[in-house]
Design a protein around this ligand. Structure first.
Ligand code: BG6
Ligand code: MG
Length: 216
């Protein structure tokens, strides 16, 4: 009998492909500051908080900014990002994500969101799946970034589940590490070359099933 009783999902890159919007907004900011950002650079920003992302980008551009300037730049990027996510529609849910969430709930498993984003509420509303989560833990509720397990441990706590009964779905290396650091199983969503620390790697939730979950 499987011990799994709950699934905790990262948002960006697992449920929706918002990485492209983050990239567009960060790239626009970098361009205005006089340099460019490649898609390879963007990979290093997955799962990383807004504040830390900006620090890295400024470092790559060889720029130093005061705290106040950094706050203004992060706010500007977020305004552009929010403009984009406000236009999101339910057809932007990644293939299989909604069906798997529903399957989990019908099987009596608890579901939670565990994301670094402070915009998760807007995104869940726009794509119409806010009602599919028993708990939502996001960047507004946590202070320690992944790979610290805080976000997932809070999720488990809100669900009333011990970490050992939880599985985390993550597309970022730091996210898989956070799950492991919290004593949870991790399913990597992406490439096995990158997410090799996960217990199972799938290319998307359309490849996931309850049968695979119970084998973890
Ligand atoms: C993570 C993304 O989910 O959230 C990062 O992978 C992003 O790219 C981070 O920087 C914070 O998001 P937001 O929406 O609060 O700026
Ligand atoms: Mg992610």
């Amino acid at each position: 009998m499987s011990t799994i009783r709950a699934c905790i999902f990262d948002l960006d890159g697992v449920i929706v492909d918002t990485a492209v919007y983050h990239y567009k907004a960060w790239r626009r900011l970098a361009n205005e500051l006089g340099f460019d950002l490649t898609e390879k650079d963007n990979e290093k920003l997955k799962g990383v908080s807004r504040v830390r992302s900006l620090e890295l980008i400024l470092q790559w551009g060889g720029l130093t900014k005061t705290k106040e300037e950094q706050e203004a730049l992060a706010a500007q990027k977020n305004d552009w990002y929010v403009d984009m996510i406000n236009r999101m529609t339910p057809d932007e849910i990644l293939p299989g994500a909604k069906a798997f969430l529903i399957a989990c709930r019908e099987a009596g498993l608890k579901t939670a969101l565990g994301s670094a984003s402070k915009n998760s509420g807007t995104i869940l509303d726009k794509v119409g799946i806010a009602g599919l989560f028993d708990a939502v833990i996001d960047g507004n509720k946590v202070s320690k970034p992944k790979p610290d397990p805080e976000v997932f441990l809070k999720g488990a706590e809100e669900l009333g589940m011990p970490p050992a009964m939880c599985v985390v779905f993550e597309d970022a290396i730091v996210g898989v590490e956070a799950a492991k650091n919290g004593g949870m199983k991790a399913v990597g969503v992406g490439s096995p070359d990158v997410l090799y620390e996960a217990d199972l790697v799938i290319s998307g939730l359309n490849e996931m099933s309850l049968e695979k979950l119970y084998l973890l």
